[in-house]
Design a protein. Structure first.
Length: 456
């Protein structure tokens, strides 16, 4: 009986100890909860990377993002890649999405909206050439293709630093400025110059001109040159963009500027520039042709060019015709179409052949239309008016034209702000369009007809 009593006491003591231990353990467990592994980014290899909405080559964008196929990916890594692209200065917006691939990794897709201000670069008054700097910057910036550079603060600051490094390595240390400069009313460049600046153009005179009087030439060049920083290379570019076309419109195809000088102005701070002109001879038109196309296609292109009849070779008319052909092709869905000009001179006969060089690029088709901000009746009316069907060639400029016609025809009372946002997929060559109607009435005020606004 005593042994039984002792056993009961021992069991009670052990139970009390266990209860005390449990009481102590509960607060400790509350202070250190088990980690929630579900919130951690999951690591899987990157199987594919694609880019949508781009004009810059996808390979360059992927390189700038820092992502590589086969390397580890997760949401944190993809966030950092997106932030690198935004910080590059080439994009207004960057978003991404990812999903599991068939092989067990991630498929990553970036949707980008590129900035619109892209200009060619030029180097003035530095001991290197534009070609040297262009080649060097291409090695430093994967998004700079060598044709045009984005004119944003981030891009220009990096480019200035790179140019300064290039000069220092070559034994010409120099502080550099990079800014957008107009070399004609419709031609801007990114100009790299010494930070100390260049003298400004105060006055320009011409000598040697006979076909066009000196006053006309002076007035034309002063429209863009007065007050601009002066360098011989930069000023020659102004002459080519402003004075040469005046002569080419009169058939003078070989005008040159053999001599140029600058002296400090006696009247204002700056330099007076004197230009000697060699006008050359007048050329007659031999023909206008389309390079590298069949007779049937050439005839179609020349019809859209609408070249006027002329005897004297007017190169300006030919360049305007090329612009009309390019606009026509882009309205037919060739959004990347480029139409340039070339010429062949016969110096003995004093005749010239002009050529249109047509690079159509891929054909883009229309994909899907999204309408927001309207009720069901309003959206139905818009879809009836929209005449471009899925799979049709996508005409450049149609969304904005469409919205302008909706307002012009007055289908809605008190229509607020409207916005058209085309999304161009450079990989599939499909264009989706989103139309946003803000503060719009729920219903149209009048019935609409199907396919109300055909393409431009």
């Amino acid at each position: 009986m005593a042994r039984l009593y002792t056993l009961v006491r021992e069991m009670a003591r052990i139970s009390l100890v266990l209860l005390l231990f449990a009481g102590l353990a509960l607060p400790l467990a509350a202070q250190k909860p088990a980690p929630d592994l579900s919130t951690r980014p999951r690591d899987f290899p990157i199987d594919s990377i694609t880019v949508e909405g781009n004009r810059i080559p996808a390979a360059a964008i992927i390189q700038a993002s820092g992502l590589k196929r086969g390397e580890t990916g997760n949401a944190t890594i993809f966030d950092a890649a997106r932030d690198r692209l935004i910080a590059s200065g080439y994009f207004d917006s960057v978003s991404y999405k990812y999903k599991p691939s068939a092989t067990g990794g991630y498929e990553v897709t970036f949707d980008v909206r590129e900035v619109t201000m892209f200009y060619p670069i030029r180097v003035d008054a530095l001991p290197v050439s534009t070609a040297d700097i262009t080649a060097y910057l291409k090695t430093k910036d994967p998004l700079f293709t060598g044709a045009k550079m984005a004119a944003t603060k981030q891009v220009l600051e990096r480019a200035v630093n790179d140019v300064e490094q290039y000069l220092e390595v070559r034994g010409h240390p120099e502080k550099v400025a990079g800014k957008v400069t107009a070399i004609s009313p419709d031609h801007l460049v990114i100009d790299f110059t010494p930070i100390r600046g260049l003298p400004a153009v105060a006055y320009v005179t011409f000598e040697g001109s006979k076909v066009i009087d000196a006053i006309t030439l002076h007035n034309k060049i002063n429209e863009v040159a007065f007050g601009q920083p002066y360098s011989e290379e930069g000023f020659r570019a102004l002459l080519e963009s402003q004075i040469t076309p005046i002569y080419e419109a009169k058939g003078y195809m070989k005008v040159t500027y053999p001599k140029m000088s600058s002296t400090p102005s006696a009247d204002v701070t700056g330099v007076d520039v004197k230009v000697t002109i060699d006008e050359g001879s007048e050329y007659k038109l031999a023909r206008v042709a389309v390079e590298g196309k069949s007779p049937e296609e050439s005839a179609r292109i020349l019809k859209s060019a609408k070249i006027p009849q002329m005897t004297v070779a007017n190169f300006e008319e030919v360049k305007q015709a090329a612009a009309r052909v390019q606009e026509s092709m882009r309205h037919q869905g060739f959004l990347d179409a480029e139409v340039t000009t070339d010429r062949s001179l016969d110096d003995q006969k004093k005749t010239v052949e002009f050529f249109l060089i047509v690079e159509p690029g891929p054909a883009y088709t229309f994909g899907n239309l999204t309408v927001s901000g309207l009720g069901l009746d309003g959206e139905d009316a818009i879809r009836k008016l929209w005449s471009v069907k899925p799979g049709d060639p996508f005409p450049q400029g149609y969304p904005d034209y469409f919205l302008s016609k909706v307002k012009e025809e007055g289908y809605f009372d008190n229509l607020g702000d409207t916005k058209a946002k085309p999304t161009i997929n450079a990989e599939t060559h499909v264009v989706d369009v989103a139309l946003d109607f803000k503060n719009a009435p729920a219903k149209p005020k009048a019935p609409v007809r199907q396919g109300g606004f055909p393409p431009l």
